[in-house]
Write a protein that binds this ligand. Structure first.
Ligand code: C5P
Length: 237
């Protein structure tokens, strides 16, 4: 067993970006590198937790095997949804951290053979997209009926706008998703995607009260701060 503030606790972490297949050679993807999710898993291990890491596509090396770490692969949003629900069911984790960038949409139809262009014409296919399930929301809903992780943590990337700042958008998202903590990344700078550094606000909600913690630094610094907030959260007692 590990030592640290999360010793004896189990944490499920999703990392990377999903890829939604169109045909055997093509997919719709996103720019998530997986670095933040791996940093979260690392910080949870360092805090003494048992960690299940559910990996979508990574731009970096996956972690090596080590005690207290279980790694599973789930490349598409639907596979990741199944992997998350199975982990909640089978492992009864204390916390779920949804760091993965899950595609909101997938091609409505998967073509078993490669989509071909007609060399004698200049038309192009129209690809219809359908909605993917919101895994975070499903986890929150499942908790309401079946019980579940004491803490559910979401991530969000916001640019802010003239009308609403990043923190304000984050607060609205925290409420609408129903999770306990939300890490709001400020995108639009060089930070965040693919970078080792990040600028984020961690919003944590206890009943009506929301606290905000600003973190500018390494993705590992953000992950460590998040673990402190998880370990000290009243719902974890
Ligand atoms: O709504 P938005 O995509 O900004 O929310 C981001 C958060 O929701 C992340 O924690 C992400 O892992 C999660 N998410 C999800 N399923 C989706 C889309 C996002 O679990 N289909």
């Amino acid at each position: 067993a590990g030592a640290g503030p999360l010793a004896g606790r189990r944490v499920v972490v999703t990392a990377g970006g999903t890829r939604e297949p169109l045909d055997p050679v093509r997919f719709l993807g996103n720019r998530s590198s997986g670095k933040q999710g791996l940093a979260v898993a690392r910080a949870a291990l360092d805090a003494g937790a048992e960690v299940t890491l559910l990996l979508a596509h990574l731009e970096v090396q996956p972690p090596a095997e080590e005690p207290r770490l279980t790694v599973r692969h789930a490349g598409t949003a639907l596979q990741l949804r199944d992997a998350v629900l199975a982990a909640l069911e089978e492992e009864s984790p204390d916390a779920l951290v949804m760091t993965a960038a899950v595609a909101d949409f997938r091609p409505g139809e998967y073509r078993e053979s490669k989509i071909k262009k007609d060399p004698d014409a200049d038309d192009a296919p129209v690809i219809e997209l359908v909605r993917n399930p919101d895994i975070l929301r499903q986890a929150v809903e499942r908790r309401a009926s079946a019980g579940g992780p004491a803490l559910i943590v979401g991530f969000a990337a916001e640019t802010g706008s003239a009308e609403a700042g990043v923190a304000e958008l984050g607060l609205a998202k925290l409420r609408s998703k129903g999770c306990d903590l939300l890490v709001v990344n400020q995108v639009g700078t060089d930070l965040v995607f693919g970078s080792d550094r990040t600028a984020a606000t961690i919003l944590s909600r206890r009943g009506d009260r929301t606290d905000a913690d600003d973190v500018v630094g390494g993705k590992d610094d953000l992950a460590r701060r998040l673990m402190e907030l998880i370990a000290s959260h009243p719902a974890m007692r």
